[in-house]
Write a protein that binds this ligand. Structure first.
Ligand SMILES: *Cc1c(COP(=O)(O)O)cnc(C)c1O
Length: 396
């Protein structure tokens, strides 16, 4: 069979390359941090990691992980409900609940799994899921696994959401699901308005805080903090793989009966391994650090404000952001690739995105700011953007 399957794949792969959509991996030979070493031996400033709080290589997290290797071993060789629950997993779940102001939490190997395993155990064909069109792929996949009626509204479009809610009155239970921060624009979901509509049309709310947890809100508690709605939504999902240390792991936190049902019926939880104790221990340490101080959030917010202000003053078209994601709009796919390549020559690592990752004619460079960036890093990046921007006639 493979003799006919192989040319089929080769052809498909060629088609991906011809369309300019072939993804390559860039090899990094250092730890993940503001200054990284790439395989050519060069050092570059990293502005494309989800390392929003600069914790990916934090000495306290490394220390906690190392200690757990000695006290709790390397792996657990089990799913949670057989023999894969250590005290560390329970402690981490308690920390997550406290951080988000929710009743209980459940860990997954990744947020992809949290989203994949949240809908099907809770809702069936009598119910409705109302989803933002720009929600993450894992939400889309999770919704596909569930028999509930599906409704979709344009990104953050509240009239469309209201129309969906009207139609969904035909169903028994309604769940609105949204990303907290949308990864391409950096915009925050209008949770105040979503909440008002949920009240009016009797619906529950789920937020995926993957890009917003640790970042959005004065102390980084996410969109529910930003809109003063802590504890008012039913479900929050998130990842330990972005601001929270960047290793691996996901979670769902929410109403205690919801979490209890997920422990009974959520397939990625029941049929996939527990996270390693070293990861759980570092996660606990991270939440303990967050509980003591929000200095990292303050620095991140300062850095983001500084960077966007300077870039706009230089004449760049930057989308207004309430997160740590800054979209530099170029509107031209080729230009976005050229600019990213030239920025790398200047020692700044950023990525240009174009269709189909963003809508046609909306090509851009996405810049991700971190608390791990020092003022000198930001200044160097801004200077490089100005130089390259002038060369490419993006600014005058
Ligand atoms: C990154 C991301 C995920 C996936 O998180 P993992 O823990 O890496 O699987 C899910 N949802 C959103 C919104 C994300 O940005």
């Amino acid at each position: 069979m493979y003799t006919s399957f192989q040319p089929h794949l080769t052809q498909e792969l060629e088609a991906i390359k011809t369309a300019g959509l072939y993804k390559k991996e860039r090899i990094i030979t250092s730890a993940q941090q503001a200054v990284i070493k790439i395989s050519t031996g060069e050092e570059v400033l990293n502005f494309c990691a989800n390392n929003y709080l600069g914790l990916s290589n934090h000495p306290e997290l490394i220390k906690a992980a190392k200690e757990a290797l000695d006290t709790h071993g390397y792996g657990v060789s089990s799913v949670r409900f057989i023999c894969g629950t250590q005290d560390l997993h329970k402690e981490l779940e308690a920390e997550i609940s406290q951080f988000f102001g929710m009743e209980d939490s459940i860990l997954y190997a990744a947020c992809f799994d949290a989203n994949g395993g949240v809908f099907e155990p809770l809702l069936d064909e009598n119910d409705a899921i109302i989803s933002d069109a720009l929600n993450h792929a894992s939400i889309i996949d999770g919704v596909r696994l569930c028999k509930a009626q599906r409704y979709r509204y344009a990104n953050a479009h509240m009239e469309e959401l209201e129309n969906c809610l009207k139609l969904a009155q035909a169903q028994r239970f309604r769940l609105i699901v949204t990303d907290g921060v949308f990864s391409m624009d950096g915009n925050v979901a209008p949770l105040d308005k979503i909440y008002a509509l949920a009240q009016k049309y009797d619906a529950m709310i789920m937020i995926d805080e993957s890009h917003s947890a640790g970042v959005v809100g004065k102390t980084g508690r996410g969109t529910t903090e930003q809109f003063d709605l802590r504890g008012k939504v039913e479900i929050i999902t998130g990842t330990l793989g972005k601001a929270f240390g960047g290793a691996i792991g996901g979670f769902t936190t929410g109403k205690k009966e919801i979490i209890a049902m997920l422990r009974q019926r959520s397939r990625p939880y029941l049929f996939s391994n527990s996270i390693p104790p070293s990861v759980a221990a570092a996660g606990i340490k991270m939440f303990q650090m967050m509980a003591q101080t929000s200095a990292l959030q303050d620095k991140l917010h300062e850095n983001t404000a500084y960077f966007t202000e300077k870039m706009m003053a230089a004449g760049f078209d930057i989308k207004p952001t309430q997160s740590a994601i800054c979209a530099l709009m170029l509107y031209d796919a080729k230009l976005s690739q050229e600019m990213a390549a030239k920025m790398l020559e200047e020692g700044i690592y950023v990525i240009g995105f174009y269709y189909p990752v963003v809508p046609k004619g909306q090509a851009r460079i996405r810049i991700q700011i971190s608390a791990g960036h020092e003022r000198a890093h930001l200044d160097k990046a801004i200077a490089a953007f100005v130089k390259v921007g002038r060369e490419l006639k993006v600014i005058t």
